[in-house]
Ligand binder design. Structure first.
Ligand SMILES: Nc1ncnc2c1ncn2[C@@H]1O[C@H](COP(=O)(O)OP(=O)(O)OP(=O)(O)O)[C@@H](O)[C@H]1O
Length: 332
């Protein structure tokens, strides 16, 4: 187990400086710089095509960086790719298990690829299956597993060779909310117990809330970076959600705050900014409302104001995939 002083003495888990990469005429990464502290949870958040998978592929030595520097666990991805590969575990966006093999056989194969001896493999298989609660499914063929079970097995496999850093490219995409939450229970337990660094791409805002650092990326560029609270405080907007007492009051509110949005339940969302806003608003409209609620800044709002796109767009598109996965699996 890592102790905190040990973590502090480690090099950055990831160090990227001025990294750019093009696919033909498409600039997928544009001068990206970032540092991931060892033992931290770091989330890359961005709309489709932002460059998240490309960045992760460079860090995992699957793609050569076009220009700039990329180091993982202190090793350069170009000069020392094998050292980088030993230091990382990878959970890919698309399933990559052999579903004709059992859970145990999938883990064993990975251990062999990493040059682990029979004893080390056997011990790691026991440990990993216990970690993700799949001991009872050890000899079952992976094809019979639900989406959530497969993801857990992929995480177990990625950790077989005891990496310091886990790269997770949309680890919970297509899973229902309950299964997603369960996957994060495992990931956070491993972080606490092993000092593991997590570098995750996701579209689910609730997963990002728990990260130590968030990096918002769009069109290949980093457009914001900080803790969830820092991003909300510096880039978020608070709103008052109000229901006018009468149609006349509604008209007066819309005239006074033309930027107000109408919400699904008919309430108005009024941007609540500036020192004088609260006092002014209450003086003018305090007795013309039937309901009033303060909405603190959210990461969803930060993302929307920075990229002009809602994360939910993507989540909606995934519902069909979830339904299909549910139908196929029939159970979790
Ligand atoms: N193999 C490729 N050949 C050409 N262009 C590519 C290739 N892979 C990605 N791109 C382009 O590079 C840009 C970044 O793509 P990337 O897959 O890294 O984004 P992403 O943020 O991971 O998106 P998603 O959330 O959809 O996975 C996009 O414009 C994409 O179309």
């Amino acid at each position: 187990m890592f102790s905190i002083p040990t973590l502090a003495s480690l090099p950055p888990a990831v160090q990227v400086r001025d990294l750019s990469l093009s696919y033909g005429s498409t600039l997928a990464l544009d001068d990206v710089s970032m540092t991931v502290a060892p033992g931290s949870s770091f989330a890359l958040l961005g709309p489709n095509g932002a460059g998240k998978t490309t960045l992760m592929s460079v860090l995992a030595t699957l793609l050569p960086p076009g220009r700039g520097l990329a180091q993982v666990a202190g090793h350069d991805v170009v000069k020392a790719p094998l050292k980088v590969r030993k230091a990382i575990g990878m959970v890919f966006q698309d399933a990559s298990l052999d579903d004709r093999l059992s859970a145990e056989e999938n883990l064993d194969f990975h251990g062999r690829v990493y040059g682990m001896g029979p004893r080390a493999r056997a011990q790691a298989i026991d440990r990993m299956l216990a970690l993700v609660d799949l001991e009872d499914w050890r000899e079952s063929i992976v094809r019979s597993f639900s989406g959530g079970m497969k993801r857990r097995l992929e995480i177990a496999r990625a950790l077989m060779h005891d990496p310091q850093i886990l790269f997770l490219d949309e680890p919970t995409v297509g899973l229902d909310a309950q299964t997603r939450a369960r996957i994060w229970v495992y990931l956070n337990a491993m972080r606490r117990e092993r000092g593991l660094t997590l570098l995750t791409t996701t579209h689910y805002i609730e997963e990002v809330e728990g990260a130590d650092q968030i990096c918002i990326i769009d069109e290949g560029r980093i457009i914001a970076q900080g803790t969830p609270d820092e991003l909300k405080t510096t880039l978020g907007h608070a709103f008052l959600h109000v229901k006018p007492a009468s149609p006349d009051d509604r008209e007066a509110l819309i005239a006074a705050y033309p930027q107000a949005r109408v919400l699904e339940d008919g309430a108005l969302a009024i941007p609540a900014g500036g020192d004088q806003f609260g006092a002014d608003f209450l003086a003018r409209f305090g007795n013309r409302l039937s309901e009033m609620r303060y909405e603190a800044p959210t990461l969803e709002g930060v993302f929307l104001s920075l990229t002009g796109r809602a994360l939910r767009d993507r989540a909606d598109g995934e519902r069909a995939a979830q339904r299909d996965a549910g139908r196929r699996a029939g159970r979790r």
